[in-house]
Design a protein around this ligand. Structure first.
Ligand code: APR
Ligand code: PHB
Length: 400
């Protein structure tokens, strides 16, 4: 039976990680007739409840639709034509379709994407094993790499033709690349985000990214009845130091406008967590027969909403390359996989860093630094070219 928890010992592509990268890769391979197995370390409930970002580029929604995961997305996803930047107590809207070749984004939480992909996978295969934790990958430089994993309290081995490391930032697949052959580039930021979910309708039609002397704030949403809100907070902040009223007051202060009447709708908070901001890229993304995709290879601070979209772009390129190999025996696209993905990855890294450092206030920030940020925001508000540059990056560069 497809999708059952039997533990096979052999497959064509062994996928470590059942986040969006691993699950989508499995779907794409399944549709191309390539056999694969997904090993996910956590249980289903955990994976389906993890709160992550929720902005899908047009290329991402196209891929999800094409692999049969678009039905609920089309019904429940909220299509947005722009975002609002707030700074200096003023608002400036960026209209994406007119700044790009008609591109838009869709608000649909990553958790929902994961639920849709898991449902498809369990209904139609290929096998997805929960609580199957990979310990190591061996033989990356042979034609039979192996994933060593534990499942049902037993140690097991999955022999593969290729291994896809989709196991996120804390995964083990990256370690299959010898230390001497890999390099990780990192940047940490001197602030974190306090993220909350609220049973309150969004106070605005589109997302609001706010620069303020009190720090950054982001007003986002999940559904017409649920808001997702973020505040810049110092690293090491304890969420318990932020009672609900303090959060609402701070969100209101950071998004206040002099130019228009505006009121933040409040409601009960149902989740509260502090998230650190980091940038990291591991190169190369392929070594021997191990290929890294998504957060296993790179992470971005969430300010540009790029994490999920990058993971989708990686596995789209990877599925095409594996399909070519499977059909013709050619490894050319697989050989180009790392370089192809890294071009897009570094663009997204730059954009995410740009959005982060333009909108946040660093603890040691001088007035000079703040004037530079405001000048940059004014430039985006006043120049079609500067606005188009932001809009193109935000809505995503074409996948091909
Ligand atoms: N064995 C099996 N599974 C593992 C292991 C392991 N050793 N280590 C990690 N995993 C699983 C995690 O439990 C998780 O479900 O790998 C999955 C990785 O999923 P994500 O972290 O969601 O990463 P990815 O699929 O690349 O998606 C990227 O996630 O972090 C966000 O912002 C990021 O939106 C982006 C998206
Ligand atoms: C979110 O809705 O969770 C979200 C939206 C935009 C971002 C980050 C997070 O840039």
């Amino acid at each position: 039976m497809p999708g059952t928890a039997t533990a096979p010992d052999e497959t064509t592509v062994g996928i470590i990680g059942g986040g969006p990268a691993g699950l989508l890769l499995a779907r794409l391979l399944h549709r191309a007739g390539i056999d694969c197995v997904v090993l996910e370390g956590r249980d289903r409930a955990y994976v389906e409840q993890r709160q992550r970002a929720g902005i899908l580029e047009q290329g991402t929604t196209d891929v999800l639709r094409a692999c049969g995961a678009g039905e609920r997305l089309d019904r429940e996803g909220l299509v947005h034509d722009g975002i609002e930047l707030r700074y200096d107590r003023r608002a400036h809207r960026l209209d994406f379709p007119s700044l790009t070749d008609g591109r838009r984004v869709t608000v649909y939480a990553q958790t929902e994407v994961v639920k849709d992909l898991i449902a498809l996978q369990l209904a139609a295969g290929p096998p997805l094993l929960f609580e199957a934790r990979a310990q190591a990958v061996t033989g990356a430089d042979t034609d039979r790499p192996r994933i060593h994993y534990t499942h049902d309290g037993r140690e097991r081995t999955l022999a593969c033709r290729y291994v896809a490391g989709c196991d996120g930032f804390h995964g083990v697949a990256r370690q299959a690349i010898p230390q001497s052959a890999r390099r990780t580039y990192t940047r940490t930021y001197p602030y974190s985000w306090l993220g909350v979910l609220a049973d309150a309708p969004p106070s605005q039609d589109e997302l609001v990214y706010a620069h303020s002397p009190r720090g950054f704030a982001l007003l986002s949403m999940r559904t017409p009845a649920v808001s997702r809100l973020y505040l810049q907070v110092p690293n090491g902040t304890d969420p318990d130091d932020w009672p609900d009223d303090r959060i609402w007051d701070e969100l209101a202060a950071r998004t206040a406008l002099d130019t228009a009447p505006w009121k933040l709708a409040r409601g009960p908070l149902t989740a509260k967590a502090v998230l650190p901001l980091r940038s990291a890229v591991t190169e190369p993304m392929r070594w021997g027969r191990v290929l890294l995709a998504g957060d296993a290879a790179h992470i971005v601070p969430p300010t540009g909403a790029k994490g999920l979209n990058l993971a989708v772009a990686d596995v789209t390129v990877l599925a095409r390359a594996l399909t070519q190999w499977h059909r013709t025996g050619s490894t050319k696209p697989l050989d180009a996989y790392s370089a192809t993905c890294l071009r897009r990855v570094w663009r997204a890294e730059h954009f995410s860093h740009f959005m982060t450092t333009t909108l946040h206030t660093a603890p040691d920030q001088s007035d000079f630094d703040t004037r530079l940020q405001l000048s940059q925001l004014d430039r985006i508000a006043g120049s079609w070219h500067a606005a188009a540059e932001l809009a193109e990056n935000y809505t995503g560069l074409p996948l091909s």
